[in-house]
Design a protein around this ligand. Structure first.
Ligand code: AMP
Length: 433
């Protein structure tokens, strides 16, 4: 299908062309036609699927010929990064239309945002908490609202925002159309959706069970004490040029950033303790290629959009399979391919198996050749990594070649090989982190 088949306003099609989108992604070709017919939408979609344009294009189409000066659409998103990203996408798509969007999120002064409300900017993209702050004042009535979008609704649930969402819904007039987007549909989200949608068109409602097809996934078994060293090696040996690297905590993000920089791999970090200005600067620096690595915690990384991101690294394995899928969804964005590496300690095996069960396949184990896993042997004589290392087989090496051929940036010269058997009795149960 071509974009022209969607019968969008010609000025929008020019915006789409500028962005070099050749054809609609599946979510776009399924969501846009019913939305243009006036239907509500209930869509399962993850970052990377093209979901933002799927809800923005029908709204922009409707607003194009309407007079400016009234806020007619409200998009609610869980994080400021996602809100900013949506506004960026909006301004790019709407470039030739005169339609404007403004972000509204916490951690910055209210003044500029207040002005956006007063001027009736066409589309407000807001996080729930700050939106409620504005609702205390008369200028934030949104009485002309026609379109409402809830984006990443399941993440809003995870972050405890559902009560805020309900408060927002009470405050605003009933919209003409509501678009509801969520990666998963846990029961509280289904209930919320049922309460606010009228006969919605349902799109891709089966729960997304695996990362996009273009993502090549690999697991690097490694003792905890060697994780940083292994990551540094992966960069210095050219397995990755740049990457978004996830850590479990803010503290670990800080530590890892320091180690990378000390080893000549330029890195910045974003997490909840960093100010908005610092986060924006770090993200912009990464996008511009100023830093090779952006180290992030989950929440901070939500909604980050970096074009053609080649690599995502789970420095710490995510506790929940859904988070694995979300993280890995940052690479192989819309039709590109990417690689997702996960460093896995013996203690992480249980979590890894849970992830593999959810995605329905086993992820390749990869060992880095000529990397000294020795320290572990001395410090933890019974570590499973010993056996893994000493147990390389011919079939593993064949696997290694396959991996090398598929590597985008490894230049086909990847020194990795799939890990062999692992000791089951070494695995320890761990609670959810
Ligand atoms: P999203 O899922 O909305 O976060 O979009 C992911 C990425 O895909 C963004 O970088 C978009 O600019 C890009 N994108 C969205 N729609 C298309 C399309 N039809 N063709 C190519 N890229 C797209």
């Amino acid at each position: 299908m071509k974009f022209s088949a969607l019968k969008l306003h010609p000025t929008l099609l020019r915006g789409v062309e500028d962005l070099k989108f050749e054809r609609p992604t599946p979510i776009q070709s399924q969501a846009i036609p019913p939305a243009l017919k006036g239907r509500d939408l209930l869509a399962c979609a993850v970052t990377g699927s093209g979901k933002t344009a799927a809800f923005l294009l029908p709204i922009l189409h409707e607003l194009t010929d309407k007079p400016r000066g009234t806020t007619r659409a409200l998009v609610i998103a869980p994080t400021r990064e996602l809100a900013l990203q949506i506004v960026d996408d909006l301004n790019a798509l709407a470039r030739h239309t005169g339609i404007k969007g403004a972000p509204v999120y916490g951690g910055v002064k209210m003044g500029a945002q207040q002005k956006a409300f007063r001027q009736g900017v066409d589309i407000i993209v807001a996080t729930p908490g700050r939106l409620l702050d504005h609702f205390q004042y008369g200028y934030a009535k949104l009485s002309g609202l026609e379109y409402l979008v809830l984006d990443e609704a399941d993440r809003m649930l995870d972050m405890g925002f559902l009560p805020d969402i309900r408060r927002v819904l009470k405050h605003i007039p009933k919209p003409k159309q509501t678009f509801f987007f969520s990666a998963t549909m846990p029961p509280p989200i289904e209930t919320l959706a049922r309460g606010i949608l009228r006969n919605p068109a349902k799109i891709a409602l089966q729960r997304r069970a695996a990362p996009a097809e273009g993502v090549i996934q690999a697991v690097y078994p490694v003792p905890a004490s060697l994780k940083k060293k292994l990551l540094v090696e992966l960069f210095t040996r050219g397995h990755m040029e740049d990457a978004l690297v996830f850590t479990r905590t803010k503290h670990r993000a800080n530590q890892l950033t320091k180690v990378l920089n000390r080893n000549g791999i330029s890195a910045e970090r974003i997490h909840g303790n960093r100010s908005q200005a610092q986060r924006t600067k770090a993200l912009a620096g990464f996008k511009a290629g100023k830093f090779r690595v952006l180290v992030a915690t989950d929440i901070a990384a939500r909604g980050i959009d970096v074009e053609a991101l080649g690599h995502v690294v789970n420095f710490d394995i995510p506790g929940l399979p859904e988070d694995y899928i979300h993280r890995v969804g940052r690479t192989a964005r819309a039709e590109l391919t990417g690689e997702a590496f996960t460093l896995v300690t013996p203690e992480d095996e249980v979590t890894l198996r849970r992830i593999e069960r959810t995605i329905g396949s086993k992820i390749n184990r990869v060992l880095l050749e000529n990397f000294s896993y020795e320290v572990a042997r001395e410090t933890a004589a019974s570590s499973t990594s010993d056996r893994r290392n000493g147990n390389r087989t011919g079939s593993d090496n064949r696997q290694s070649q396959k991996q090398g051929n598929r590597s985008r940036r490894g230049g086909g010269n990847r020194e990795a090989t799939t890990g062999a058997g692992r000791s089951r009795n070494q695995r320890r149960r761990r609670g959810r982190r």
